[in-house]
Design a protein around this ligand. Structure first.
Ligand SMILES: Cc1ncc(COP(=O)(O)O)c(C=O)c1O
Length: 380
């Protein structure tokens, strides 16, 4: 069987080190707010070229805490895309704000030319989603945000290590939000998330907001101590912490991140070389960035039939995402309808993702290409 994503080969590779690190974490005596979380926060923030980092429970929490930390309130509007994972929008709604959507460009990223016309008196922030491993075109977004006094929260859940004009995703806006969901470019062995910023005041505030609004102090041992005293307004706060056990695994994996992104890019090249003559619409790498290929998204008008036949050949693919958020039942109340975001809607009907993860073997890539090419002959 060929899966679109699998962690078991990576686990086989790192099993001994992971089990030893996890054992040490359990023996260390602190399971929450331990020294390894602190060490990871410093190291991953530094990898993202940021001064400050906060490990949280997942990427959705990272977005919620970032929105609250930047002062987003009930009645505010936040501009983002509908072509994203639902949590981008869930976080905006949980923060009490209203999501406002813009369509996407030829790279499936936020169309920066559509942002300004969606700005109203209520607009307070933009969430550019660095989707599939690429970054949005940040210079125009930064310019618009500065002209209209808007905050920028980068949704980097799918773009660890991606480079925009040589600078790291997560260091470009006011705050960066990451997910360590296992499938991600840099994933934990469970849930996890992260916030990056270069602003000390926001860092302090977000650190409190994700811990019931309490102040914490680092002790000489490297452990943290909560004072059981809330400084922040309750409903803006939550409980969201990266566990010590995930921190040790992420610390262990961090040195591999760039070589694994290189391998993803190599797999992307193999697909491109072998599939460019077919009718498949292949992903385009935006000129401003280094694509990390979180997923390799292709498009074809006969998507559903092709995927069905691939399953019959034991090749299991995925669609990210089959439904744009603005026309989902759960978000109907926002008042958007079919036809409002034509590029997003058209893409959702045709896209699917080929197998992509760093330990994917050349043999599995070859089989996927051969089976796919044979099938495509039928649908030309
Ligand atoms: C673009 C995007 N934003 C936010 C999230 C939320 O991350 P998590 O699943 O860790 O809450 C995800 C992950 O699913 C994502 O892909």
């Amino acid at each position: 069987m060929i899966k679109v994503w699998d962690y078991l080969e990576e686990y086989n590779l790192l099993r001994k080190d992971i089990l030893e690190a996890v054992d040490n974490a359990f023996k260390g005596g602190t399971l929450i707010f331990g020294p390894k979380v602190k060490e990871f926060e410093e190291k991953f923030a530094s990898y993202c070229e940021c001064k400050y980092g906060i490990g949280v429970g997942n990427g959705t929490d990272a977005l919620y805490v970032a929105l609250k930390g930047l002062g987003i309130e009930r009645g505010d509007e936040v501009i983002t895309v509908s072509n994203t994972a639902v949590p981008t929008v869930t976080a905006i709604v949980s923060a009490g704000a209203t999501p406002v959507f813009v369509d996407i460009d030829q790279y499936s990223l936020m169309d920066v030319n559509q942002i300004e016309k969606m700005i109203s008196k209520k607009t307070k922030a933009i969430i550019p989603v660095h989707l599939f491993g690429q970054t949005c075109d940040m210079d125009p977004i930064l310019k618009i945000a500065s002209m209209h006094d808007l905050k920028i929260i980068e949704d980097c859940a799918q773009s660890h290590g991606a480079l925009y004009k040589g600078r790291k995703a997560g260091s470009l806006g006011d705050v960066g939000c990451f997910s360590f969901y296992p499938t991600k470019i840099f994933g934990a062995y469970g849930d996890g998330g992260f916030i990056t910023t270069n602003n000390e005041e926001w860092y302090d505030k977000m650190n409190r907001l994700r811990f019931f609004g309490m102040e914490r102090k680092t002790m000489s041992t490297g452990h943290w101590n909560g004072k059981y005293y809330c400084v922040e307004y309750g409903p803006d706060t939550t409980n969201s912490r990266l566990d010590e056990v995930h921190a040790v695994i992420l610390l262990l994996k961090l040195p591999y991140i760039d070589q694994w992104i290189d391998r993803r890019r190599e797999i992307g090249e193999i697909y491109k070389k072998n599939l460019s003559e077919t009718e498949l619409d292949l992903p385009k790498e935006a000129p401003w960035n280094r694509h990390g290929y979180y997923i390799y998204v292709v498009a074809h008008s006969e998507r559903d039939k092709i995927m069905q036949e691939l399953v019959e050949n034991d090749i299991h693919l995925n669609i990210s995402y089959p439904w744009p958020i603005h026309i989902m039942e759960g978000y109907k109340y926002l008042g958007w309808k079919d036809g409002d975001l034509p590029v997003t809607e058209k893409r959702a009907k045709t896209i699917f993702s080929l197998p992509m993860y760093p330990t994917l073997s050349d043999e599995k890539i070859k089989t996927t290409i051969e089976v796919l090419k044979e099938l495509l002959k039928k649908y030309n």
